[in-house]
Design a protein around this ligand. Structure first.
Ligand code: BGC
Length: 776
């Protein structure tokens, strides 16, 4: 459904249209209309026909070696002038403006055909002005926040000469042990789709040849968010219906919104690695969705197609792994023939391409197709007309951390925070003495989160400084303990192992009228290669919380939790009189925390991911399928843990409190039945029943109670974050069609089955208000 948010009104909605095909059994097989799916946003300055003509003309002049160079993508530390002179395609992670200009000058002036380089970087939640981590943006339930993050990230990146970002990451995940859950919008495909689309639009604008824009690259195709045991890069066994209904939709939405590049993933699904997967890359992305851009491999994912060690070592490149290719040539052939167009970091395409073509293992037309895709994007990006950054190297610093970007980062951080508990503690009084305590209280480094781009610790305003700036009474500080910022294999992975500072922390807290307790993870504990085997608050922080609480009964204590994943807080939640989930908020951490803690900003975020009671419940997610024995804590023979007297997580998806109260009521449907290709509107009232202005996220969920394949008990299909004054009401409308109530079956077919559909509306995934309609 399309909720008609302001963002969409401003920049145009991605249209997901379905046309009905042939009837099959009880259901109807519907063919998604791909031509209408791909809402092209370029303004026609270079019409597609012109671009194709230029691509073909250039391609016809290229030697095979030049083509192989063009499909090679090297990191900053591997690139050299000779590679560029020979016609290298792209460079990643080089962000020094003078070096970018230098390399581009060589590409344009000294390579035989003068094809410009494409410079790429992981601008994930900001380049220099770091925004909240994407999981936090997910919690905002606000596409504008994602749009702004992407827009300012693109502007700062483009200023140094970058033209592609490896974002948005749209990997749905039900695995909080996995450190990369921090990098996308959590456990729901619809939320990831909506925010992914906003990020694509923020990154690319209407035309990514614009000097403030980049081409976006949704990643990681696909189902990288579901590694076994939560261990990064691990294998995934994936049914077709799960793949299609849960993991592919955000990619499809991002591509439909105009994303012109994509990245294949490290992990294997059903034994087939992401960068050796013909089905996902060529059959689905390129053919089914009509994607005409290029796919880059993840890092050394091509080399990792080999077994470990390679059966036929044919080169010195060390990476290896999946065991679906015997050697370098085999890995290159598999990746190319599966659909990879650009090889990142390893160089098997370049090294073995000619041999593979002469042996007939890779066709010349496949090489040409890969080159064509890359050139097409370079033309669309305007690189042939404007190969250089819009600023001279000496001017770029002035483009960073501009006031509008910093203000947007502060707003984004405030909107991402989720109030999980509040026993009349918050908001605190800015006229009372405040102790700011805990390992993250006066911290810059960790606030940036696990992808900090070119963010600098010294740009971060700490929680202490943010509180101090807004507090008219004295602000005091004690660290309590230190978190660890080391990386494996040099580990003290948790930190806060010593209670030596607890006494001082208790003393400082006791001397103040109110306390802000800043606890959580260090930034090294989430992100890539940062899976954890526990979801506890690291080290002895629970003890720190208990001691401060015990020494200060009845005193307002605001616990502010920073993390890149949901933590398991069952054992400590009763010792927290309030709890504000702040994720990693970015450069404006302190002001944003102070805004919320003192009530200048009323928290309105909602959880984009379930918070388990304890680790053993993982995976626990709201959009699960029913079982033959649904969980019932009052009985034995059903799907439950014998030692947990509840079926629910500690905090469910979509949950979050406010300093005011809201009521959602009056759910109505525009009709009681609908033809399978018709549409229906669900409307719901939301009223601010409290005494402060605030935000509520109205949420709409569907359930198909009888289907040929068990359907998730709830699926989010609409949300809107509304701001209401005390007493004010709004009627929110959601338009639903077969893209909302249909589903993909285990043969990859989109089916629309007749029967009842239940609609739930409210302010979390446990919403009870219900209406039903019938699909005819
Ligand atoms: C990550 C990607 C990233 C790439 C380039 C890889 O290790 O998996 O997400 O885009 O590195 O930095």
């Amino acid at each position: 459904m399309r909720s008609g948010s302001r963002l969409k009104a401003a920049i145009g909605a991605a249209v997901v249209a379905l046309t009905v095909g042939i009837a099959g059994g009880a259901g109807v097989i519907a063919q998604p209309d791909e031509s209408r799916d791909r809402e092209r946003v370029r303004d026609g300055r270079d019409s597609d026909r012109d671009v194709e003509r230029r691509v073909n003309r250039l391609l016809s002049r290229m030697t095979l070696q030049e083509k192989l160079q063009q499909i090679t993508l090297l990191p900053d530390f591997k690139v050299n002038e000779d590679e560029v002179r020979r016609g290298l395609g792209a460079v990643l992670s080089e962000t020094r403006p003078e070096r970018i200009r230098e390399l581009q000058t060589i590409a344009v002036e000294e390579s035989r055909l003068g094809i410009p380089l494409l410079f790429a970087f992981d601008t994930i939640h900001g380049f220099r002005t770091i925004f909240p981590i994407p999981l936090g943006t997910g919690a905002s339930f606000d596409p504008e926040v994602a749009y702004d993050d992407a827009k300012y990230g693109a502007r700062e990146s483009a200023a140094v000469g970058l033209k592609q970002t490896y974002a948005p990451m749209v990997d749905v995940s039900h695995e909080p042990r996995w450190g990369r859950i921090a990098e996308a919008a959590g456990e729901d495909p619809y939320l990831n789709s909506e925010l992914g689309v906003a990020r694509v639009k923020g990154t690319q604008g209407r035309d990514y040849s614009d000097e403030e824009r980049l081409v976006a690259s949704p990643k990681h195709l696909v189902a990288y968010g579901q590694p076994e045991g939560g261990r990064d890069y691990d294998t995934t066994d994936m049914s077709e219906h799960r793949l299609r209904n849960m993991y592919l939709p955000p990619f499809k939405a991002a591509i439909a919104a105009g994303a012109d590049t994509a990245m294949c993933s490290f992990n294997a699904i059903n034994g087939v690695p992401g960068c050796g997967n013909h089905y996902t890359m060529t059959e689905i992305l390129k053919r089914e969705w009509g994607f005409d851009g290029f796919i880059e491999s993840d890092w050394t994912a091509v080399a990792e197609l080999r077994s470990c060690p390679p059966v036929n070592p044919s080169d010195t490149q060390p990476e290896c792994g999946h065991g679906v290719a015997a050697d370098g040539p085999g890995a290159a052939a598999l990746a190319l023939n599966s659909g990879v167009d650009s090889e990142m970091t390893s160089t098997f395409f370049r090294d073995f391409g000619a041999q593979l073509v002469s042996q007939g293992r890779v066709s010349m037309s496949r090489i040409d197709d890969a080159v064509r895709r890359i050139l097409r994007i370079k033309f669309r990006a305007g690189l042939f007309e404007n190969p250089y950054a819009p600023y001279l190297p000496g001017e770029t610093e002035a483009q960073m951390m501009k006031p509008d970007a910093v203000a947007a980062a502060r707003k984004a951080a405030g909107r991402s925070m989720v109030l999980l508990k509040n026993e009349s503690v918050l908001p605190l009084d800015p006229n009372k003495s405040t102790a700011v305590v805990g390992p993250l209280a006066r911290n810059q480094h960790d606030m940036l989160g696990p992808w900090w781009g070119r963010g600098r610790d010294q740009d971060v305003v700490t929680v202490f400084d943010g509180i101090d700036q807004q507090n008219t009474a004295p602000t005091t500080y004690a660290e309590g303990c230190k978190l660890s910022n080391t990386e494996p294999p040099h580990t003290d992975p948790e930190g806060c192992q010593s209670d030596a500072g607890f006494g001082e922390a208790v003393t400082v807290a006791s001397a103040a009228e109110q306390v802000v307790l800043a606890v959580g993870e260090s930034r090294e504990m989430s992100g890539e290669a940062a899976s954890r085997s526990t979801l506890d608050l690291p080290g002895r922080q629970e003890e720190l919380i208990r001691q401060i609480r015990a020494a200060n009964p009845g005193k307002p204590i605001a616990v502010v939790l920073f993390s890149g994943r949901p933590l398991a807080l069952e054992d400590v939640i009763s010792d927290m009189p309030s709890l504000l989930q702040a994720w990693f908020p970015g450069v404006q951490a302190g002001p944003a925390v102070a805004d919320v803690v003192f009530g200048g900003v009323n928290p309105g975020g909602k959880l984009p991911v379930s918070f388990p009671r304890r680790l053993g419940q993982v995976p626990i997610y709201y959009n699960h399928e029913p079982t033959g024995r649904p969980c019932n804590p009052g009985a034995k023979y059903n799907s439950r843990y014998r030692d947990i007297p509840s079926c629910a997580p500690l905090f469910e998806f979509g949950y979050g409190l406010s300093y005011t109260t809201f009521e959602t009521s009056g759910l109505t449907l525009s009709s009681s039945s609908v033809s399978r290709n018709g549409s229906i509107t669900a409307s719901v009232n939301v009223t601010n029943t409290g005494s402060r202005k605030g935000d509520e996220v109205v949420q709409l969920y569907l359930n198909d109670p009888v289907a040929s394949i068990s359907q998730p008990v709830r699926r989010l299909r609409g949300f809107e974050r509304v701001t209401l004054n005390p007493g004010q009401s709004r009627r929110v409308r959601f338009r639903l069609d077969s893209s909302d109530w249909g589903f993909y079956d285990n043969r990859g077919r989109f089916v629309v089955e007749p029967g009842q559909i239940d609609v739930y509306a409210g302010n979390s995934s446990s919403a009870e208000m219900k209406q039903s309609f019938t699909v005819r």
